[in-house]
Design a protein around this ligand. Structure first.
Ligand SMILES: Nc1ncnc2c1ncn2[C@@H]1O[C@H](COP(=O)(O)OP(=O)(O)OP(=O)(O)O)[C@@H](O)[C@H]1O
Ligand SMILES: [Mg+2]
Length: 267
């Protein structure tokens, strides 16, 4: 379904060169829900931008259903880390959620249905007439999630989407993601800092190393498919898996500088 092959990204500017990711290769099967964890600055956002066709890799390629990604592919939705900048301030919540559906050329009645359903799913049924700047950070983030869900994507990429929400909402949204995934079998890559969240959500957890960034581990999460916040998180197997991920992340914690910064033209 989604093939990431030998992705390397080096950001070059006049006075510095940053190797954000060195060599990433993995495949997501259709309908899979995978989480990606890694230390801050290891290139998670960079990878997602490349996968969604917003940024060109220095080398390597991303294939979606066998076709090389060269611009934002139809059928893919992305929820960005910087949600504040991803909503249009001059449009209401409803209009923001509806916009991609218009681009998809869906008829008005279907658009309305999808907007209503997805806003209800993220607990914002009442907020459709509000403007993004009238909402809290967590609510704005839920609007961004509703917009992605309403689009009915085949592939959903999410970049730390719950960073700005409170613990209770976060738990609810985690369950929402699992429900949506069950219902639609969307191929999902979920990026998070949070080890527990990765283990709770994923069928699989990909662990990135610190820079130079490569995949350190690719762990199958063999927890029962029916998960709930209390029983799953308190099971012995959950504890084992989270310890395993923690160990890997811990091993890759930076000793000195987190960025691999070299003078331009070197390295
Ligand atoms: N546009 C850019 N120009 C130059 N360097 C960049 C640019 N974007 C990111 N970087 C650098 O690339 C590296 C990876 O950044 P990226 O944002 O992908 O990391 P991340 O894993 O998403 O971090 P976080 O967990 O904090 O969100 C960092 O060293 C960062 O400084
Ligand atoms: Mg990031």
């Amino acid at each position: 379904m989604l093939d990431v092959r030998g992705i390397k990204k080096v950001y070059e500017s006049r006075d510095r060169t940053v190797e954000a990711v060195r060599d990433l290769t993995f495949t997501l099967q259709a309908g899979e829900l995978a989480c990606l964890v890694g230390p801050s600055g290891c290139g998670k956002t960079t990878l997602l931008k490349i996968m969604s066709g917003l940024l060109d890799p220095t080398s390597g390629e991303v294939l979606l259903e066998g076709k090389r990604v060269q611009g934002p592919p139809p059928g893919m939705a992305v929820v960005f880390q910087e949600y504040g900048r991803s909503l249009f301030p001059w449009m209401t919540v409803r209009e923001n959620v509806e916009l991609p559906l218009k681009q998809k050329k869906l008829p008005a009645t279907r658009r309305s249905e999808l907007v209503e359903e997805s806003l209800a799913a993220v607990g914002l049924a009442e907020a459709h007439g509000a403007y993004p700047w009238q909402l809290s950070g967590g609510m704005q983030q839920r609007v961004a999630i509703a917009r992605a869900v309403a689009y009915e994507p085949h592939v959903l990429l999410m970049d730390e989407p719950f960073a700005a929400v409170d613990a209770q909402t976060r738990a609810d949204l985690e369950d929402l993601i699992r429900d949506l995934w069950h219902k639609f079998q969307v191929t999902t890559l979920f990026v998070t800092h949070d080890i527990d969240e990765a283990v709770y959500l994923g069928q699989r957890v990909l662990i990135l190393s610190n820079s130079p960034t490569v995949i350190r581990d690719d762990l199958a999460i063999d927890l029962p498919d029916q998960r709930d916040q209390l029983t799953t998180r308190s099971s012995p197997r959950f504890a084992e898996l989270r310890a395993r991920v923690y160990e890997q992340i811990h091993r890759v914690k930076p000793a000195v500088d987190k960025e691999s910064v070299a003078p331009a033209g070197v390295g």
